[in-house]
Ligand binder design. Structure first.
Ligand code: NAP
Length: 322
């Protein structure tokens, strides 16, 4: 079958479309005919050789897709061949066909075109699990998400605003700040010019922070937390080793958590996907939360899609079609 292959670890030039063996679904798995997939920052790390797939996952890159059910493995119920779905993957999305544990197969939210649905599973599952299942963001609380115009950011801003939080976000250009406001951010902060700690301190502190930067923002994020605040770190764009002022945490009775979605046990991923279908999809169907797509490219242009992601000029997601 057609799939993205690599000539080894390296830059976007190592990516091309080739032929690989087609997978077949094991017990509890569904085989999907992929219609579209989407690019995640982790994909660029995997390409560079820094983020190998977990045991049992395909070598092919790709953490999400949309498509049609092509076959059901032993014991799978609830889906039929031909159903249009989207799925959270541990790998293998950049290919014509992929197998996925049934708990990670989700319906396409009502009203969303099948191609666009490819860019929802990873961001919806990441934001739902971290902001709502782990940090328990409540209506009326102050929520700060860094990088509000990115893939994760555009979902986090919309979902938190739709559920009644007061949303603060950071972004790096006037156009991206404007996009964040249009998605529901009450406060969009230019991280090149302004200090988010000052903005949050003036407002009373953040109850929940979703952070993509890691080390470089650790101290400032803790300073920006309110009493009882919850900082959840999901990215290390600013490095992995920082200094934590335990006294500051202790005084605020605050917490710091870091999570990764890809390596979670299947039962946890299934619970997250259930939560997404129950809580996020209705907001997508109502139009309160929508997929934000910067560009849709054919699979053959996968190298260009990775270049765009690494250049950082994009807003929202980059979709690849098969
Ligand atoms: N742990 C997990 O399970 C998990 C799952 C999915 C994603 N992630 C992580 O989440 C992060 C976002 O992923 P993505 O797919 O949304 O990537 P993306 O679309 O490339 O977004 C990256 C974001 O980083 C922002 N950024 C860069 N420098 C910044 C700074 N100094 N301060 C604040 N924001 C800054 C960018 O803002 P501008 O564009 O405005 O400059 C952009 O919004 C990545 O680190 C990724 O690895 C983790």
């Amino acid at each position: 079958m057609r799939a993205v292959v690599t000539t080894g670890a390296g830059g976007p030039e190592v990516l091309s479309v080739g032929d690989v063996e087609e997978p077949s679904p094991g017990a509890g798995e569904v085989l999907l005919e992929v219609v579209a997939t989407a690019v995640n920052r982790a994909d660029t790390l995997q390409r560079q050789g820094f983020y190998p797939p977990p045991p049992g996952a395909p070598d092919t890159i790709g953490l999400e897709c949309s498509g049609r059910v092509a076959a059901l493995g032993e014991g799978v119920e609830g889906w039929s061949v031909g159903d249009e779905v989207c799925a959270l993957l541990a790998g293998g999305g950049y290919a014509a066909r992929v197998t996925v544990p049934v708990g990670q197969v989700m319906p396409v939210p009502a009203g969303v075109p099948l191609v666009e649905a490819a860019c929802l599973p990873e961001v919806a599952a990441t934001v739902w699990s971290n902001v709502f299942m782990t940090a328990h963001l409540q209506k009326g609380e102050r929520f700060l998400v860094h990088g509000g115009a990115g893939g994760i950011g555009t979902m986090a801003v919309q979902l938190a605003a739709a559920r009644g939080a007061e949303v603060f976000t950071t972004a790096g250009s006037p156009e991206k700040l404007e996009l964040c406001r249009s998605l529901g951010a009450a406060h969009a902060i230019d991280y090149r010019e302004d200090d988010f700690v000052e903005v949050l301190a003036a407002a009373g502190g953040a109850d929940v922070i979703l952070d993509n930067m890691g080390a470089t923002y650790l101290g400032r994020n803790v300073s920006a937390l309110a009493t009882g605040g919850r900082l959840v770190i999901i990215g290390m764009q600013g490095g992995s080793k920082g200094e934590l002022d335990i006294n500051a945490l202790l005084r605020k009775r605050a917490s710091v958590t870091a999570t990764s979605l890809r390596a979670r046990p299947l039962a946890e991923k299934a619970a997250i996907c259930c939560g997404v279908v129950e809580n996020v999809w209705p907001l997508v169907a109502s139009g309160a939360v929508r997929p934000i797509v910067e560009a849709t490219l054919p699979l053959e242009e996968v190298g260009r899609a990775h270049e765009l992601m690494e250049a950082g000029g994009h807003a929202g997601k980059l979709v690849l079609t098969l």
